[in-house]
Ligand binder design. Sequence first.
Ligand code: NAP
Ligand code: 3JM
Length: 340
Amino acid sequence: MTRQYKVAVVGATGAVGQQMVECLEERQFPVSELRLLASERSLGKYLSFKGREIPVDVLTRDSFQGIDLALFSAGGSVSKEFAPIAAAAGAVVIDNSSAWRMDPEVPLVVPEVNPQDIALYKNKGIIANPNCSTIQMVVVLKPLHDAARIKRVVVSTYQAVSGTGQKAVEELADQVRALFNNQELPRKVYPHRIAFNCFPHIDVFLENGYTKEEMKMVNETRKIMGDDSIRVTATTVRVPIFYGHSESVNIETERKLTPAEARAILSQAPGVKVVDDPAHNRYPMPLEAAGQDLTLVGRIREDFSIDHGLNLWIVADNIRKGAATNAVQIAEILIRDYLR
Ligand code: NAP
Ligand code: 3JM
C-alpha cells in the first residue's frame, strides 16, 4: 500500500486555505489525517473533506505533533513564528507567505521551473511558495529563458481582490451591491473604493518608491530562475476582479525569438496553455483562467521598439496555481521523491 500522510493546513478557513483543502481532495493526495488550523475566531467551524465534516482547531505550539506535512497560509507573522515550530516537531512546512521566501537556506519553488530545489527542504524543514504574480510569470518565462536568455522583464499586473483574502472578496461584492442600491459604500480592507476602480498599490510602499509586492516579483523571479542577472521591474495594480490575475509582460532576450518560435516553445511547456488567436477574439482572460490550474498566455507579439523584444499577456487563477495548487504540487514531489 502507498504511504499516507498526516497533513495540517494552517489558515484553513481563509481564501487560500479552503482552496488547499479542495486541492488535496481533487488531486487525491494520500491523506490519512487532516488537521485544520486557524485562529480562535474559527472555533466551532467545520470544513468538508472527502464527504466528512472536519472541525477547525485553534493553532497552538502543540498543533504539529505527528504531522508529516504542514501547509501554511495564515500570513507572514504566523509563518515566522510557527513554521519553525512545525519543522521542529518533524513536519515539512510548505509556506505560502512571504516570510521565508528570500531566506537563502529556504528553497522557493515552482514545480514546472525549479523542482530540483525541493531537495533543499532539508536545511530548515521549510519550502516557500512564491507570490501569486511571480508564479504565473515564471511558468511562462522559464522555457523562453532556456531558449533565448531573458535579459530584462518589464511587467504590469492586474490583480484580483481574492489575492488580498476572503474579506476583500466580500468588500468588492458589498460595494457593487451598495452602489446599485444607492447605499453608502462599505470600506474596510482597501484605502480606496475598489468597485469600478483600480489602484497601483499592493502591499506596503517601500523607501525606493516601489511596493513590497513589486519587489517580491523582482527578487523572487531571480531566485526561482536561478539567475541574478535578469533585470526585472514591476508595477502591481489591484483591479475589481474576483479571481484571476493578469499580467502585461515585456521581455528583452539575448538571442532573437520570433513570436512563432515563442508560441511553439510555450505550446510544449508544462502547465502552460497558449490562447492566442486574435482573429477570433481569443486571448487569455481571468474569467477563463479562474477555476482551473493552467497558466494562459496570449497576445504574443514582437516588441519592435527594441532588437530582441516580445510582448506577452499572462493570466492564471491566483488562488489555485498562484497559491494552493502550487503548494500541493510541491507536496506531491516531496512525497514522491523524498518522504516515501
Ligand atoms: P484570508 O482569507 O484572510 O485567510 C487568513 C487565514 O489565516 C484564515 O484562515 C485565518 O483564520 C488565519 N489566521 C489569521 N491569523 C491567524 C492567527 N493568528 N492564528 C491562526 N490563524 C490565523 O487570507 P488568504 O487570502 O487565505 O491568505 C492567507 C495568507 O496566505 C496571506 O496572508 C499570504 O501570506 C498567503 N498568500 C499567499 C499567496 C501567494 O501568492 N502564494 C496568495 C494569497 C495569500 P480565521 O478565519 O480564524 O481568522
Ligand atoms: C499575499 O502577513 C501578511 O499580512 C500577509 C500579506 C500577504 C502576502 C505576504 O506577504 O505573505 C497577503 C497576500 C502575500 C504574498 O503571497 O506575498
